[in-house]
Design a protein around this ligand. Sequence first.
Ligand code: GLV
Length: 326
Amino acid sequence: MQAKVLVSRAVFPEVIERLSAHFEVDYNDRDAALPADQLAARLVGKTGAITLLSDRIDAAVLAGAPGLKAVCNVAVGYNNFDLAAITQAGVMATNTPGVLNDTTADMAWALLLASARRIVSADQWVRAGQWQGWKFHDGWFGNDVHHATLGILGMGRIGQAVARRAAGFEMRVLYHNRTPLAADQEAACGAAWVSKETLLRAADFLVLLLPYSPAVHHIIGAAELALMKPTAHLINIARGGIVDDNALIEALQQKRIAGAGLDVFENEPALDPRFLALDNVVLTPHIGSSTRATRLAMALLAADNLIAALGGQRPPNLLNPEVFGR
Ligand code: GLV
């Protein structure tokens, strides 16, 4: 008898096809998260699951699905997993690193440039028919990106991809990470390690790329924003909760920093409505990895992780190796 697996929300037909060669697939083909009680109910009797970042997998869910052996997230971030509880339950957990690095790094730059040159506000102004004649002192002065200082907080694979792109703008690149990169990695992306405080003070563009965990909750709050230059822009392409959104809104309202480009929010998609009234912020709906090719690669990688895990192989992106072979 084939193992039964759940795919918690719409992915791609190619992914279902790949999984169906190995498993009996229970597929929620709607692109909407199952409510927590339905997710729990549909995990009963399943051996594995493909999950998305909208699915909370914790001790309560696991208690109702004792046959579960693997949960495979279609995301590099996995703060929707209670990894300790998953490990305690003897379940393998996987994510999808690597395949989204370049797409997400491109998006960080899209937000950075849009914020620096006020692209979204300018577009809205033109569409509203307010452009009545070209002006030299036109009120649309932005901030230069070339030769500026790029600061990266969280220098993993995506951070390094963002840094490499800065060479074309001839920027100085600084970063802060708990563990500095090896010298050859630093050289490859032309970046220098500095303390967090130096990074905050020196950056013209501060890009956040650290994974969310309770330890980094509100790591950018009022005190950190106060250290930033009034001409600086903050780009968050990592996770909501890393930034204290209330403190950021106040800093943007009072023009204590020049702008922000945000792809992630606290309590998304119900972001703080005060963001919508600000013209110095660019808002996107958590689309950092959103090209068809990359989302497909992520979903196929999750499928491969699940096929390996349930086939007795070590999945390529195992987050809790201590569980393997248990
Ligand atoms: C997206 O946010 C991801 O973690 O892959």
